[in-house]
Ligand binder design. Structure first.
Ligand code: 0T9
Length: 382
């Protein structure tokens, strides 16, 4: 392909050959250097809050209908960062650093214009398969997102198909004293452009946002489908079964990386979301404070590997990466010998999630149950 540096063409070709045969987990495969990203997957949950004001606005709504629309608007507005930002910052999708067990990333978005501070906490809760758990919370507004994600990959028609495993739950503390809960599931990804060495993501199939009042399905299509445009979506919001009455239905259509509008319902014709403006990067915290997070803070841990990748010193990058991997292997060996297990810091694994099961029934969600990582609430000391 055109984007592949001449010296790396044969290694890219053999990488492509091997992904066709390896299925399930691509995270630990060796790639040619041009496709490596210096950023670990533990930093990805920050994409959920690139628009902190949309996250906090969820708390400011006064009706179920408005609150649901605010949740959907925040969700759709995160997709641009989640799925196109590596193309924008690095020219194509790249292979992220594969987090080690116990890797941590903490961050925050400051209080501005009364929206309150939002905190981010991420922990790598499994290495094989890779599973990342996160908590994002705006305490002053009472809005909290807890979730985890993993991927199952396969190869089909020249593309990598990524099935996302895991889900998130958004909770909102209501002035009445109650709590509104929203189950959020994740779309399927297709990674195209591999042949040319310029991978990019398109979303497909559907994901859901479900509360006890509303069921919202989001359908994703790429070029050549209902709008003919890349990154198209159609969100359909309907009152949960048996809850017609005062709750209205809405359909929203557009492209998730730009704008969308209501195409059916009482707001038909009005703009829904618009992410053509600036986004807000997270401020990483703890990278400089050793001790509490120590060497497991992601930017600390990967510092020299990332430097090597950024500066084109791939010998250093791979040497430093091997050091990290050897250290991990030794830790697992020691734990096995001692009959101990690496303790998770912020999460507890449970086999099923009642919120997922109950709300999931209202949509066409499979599987019917999923495990989850319960957040222990021991927020890092300031
Ligand atoms: C959760 C997101 C996820 C993580 C990444 C598939 C992928 C790892 C998972 C799903 C976030 O909320 C959203 C965005 C991008 C996803 C990554 C894209 C990607 O390519 C990697 C996989 C593991 C690879 O690195 C495949 C090999 C590579 C050469 C293709 C660029």
């Amino acid at each position: 392909g055109e984007a592949v540096p001449p010296a790396q063409r044969s290694s890219w070709a053999s990488f492509l050959k091997s992904i066709a045969s390896v299925s399930g987990d691509l995270s630990s495969m060796t790639c040619p250097p041009f496709i490596l990203s210096p950023v670990s997957l533990t930093e990805f949950p920050a994409y959920w809050c690139e628009h902190p004001e949309l996250f906090s606005a969820i708390a400011d709504q006064t009706t179920e209908e408005q609150r649901t629309l605010a949740v959907v608007k925040w969700f759709i507005s995160t997709l641009k960062g989640q799925y196109t930002s590596r193309n924008e910052s690095m020219g194509s999708e790249k292979k992220p650093l594969n987090p080690v067990l116990g890797e941590l990333f903490y961050g925050k978005w400051p209080d501005l214009n009364g929206r309150g501070e939002t905190q981010l906490l991420v922990e790598q809760v499994s290495h094989h398969p890779p599973i990342t758990a996160y908590a994002i919370e705006n305490k002053s507004k009472g809005v909290k997102l807890i979730g985890h994600n993993a991927q199952k990959t396969s190869f089909s028609g020249g593309s990598i198909i990524v099935k996302q495993i895991g889900h998130a739950t958004l909770t909102v503390q209501l002035p009445s004293g109650g709590v509104a809960e929203y189950l959020i599931t994740l779309p399927r990804l297709r990674i195209d452009g591999l042949w040319y060495g310029a991978p990019y993501i398109e979303l497909s199939e559907s994901s859901w946002i479900i509360s006890k009042h509303y069921v919202c399905s989001v359908e994703y299509k790429g070029k050549g489908y209902f709008s003919g445009k890349t990154h198209s979506f159609k969100a359909t919001l309907n009152p949960a079964p048996g809850l017609g009455g005062s709750l209205g239905s809405h359909v929203i259509e557009g492209t998730w990386h730009t704008t969308s509008k209501f195409t059916s319902g009482p707001k038909s014709g009005l703009e829904f979301h618009n992410v053509t403006g600036p986004k807000e990067e997270v401020t990483a915290i703890g990278g400089q404070t050793s001790g509490e997070m120590g060497d497991f803070e992601t930017r600390q841990l990967w510092k020299l590997v990332a430097k090597g990748i950024r500066e084109g010193d791939f010998d250093m990058a791979s040497r430093e990466k091997s050091k990290i991997e050897n250290d991990q292997r030794q830790r697992r060996k020691d734990e096995l010998a001692a009959g101990t297990k690496w303790p998770l810091k912020h999460f507890v694994h449970v086999d099923s999630d009642p919120t997922y099961e109950q709300l999931g029934k209202l949509g066409k969600i499979s599987p019917s149950t999923e495990d989850m990582y319960v957040f222990k609430e021991n927020w890092p000391p300031a």
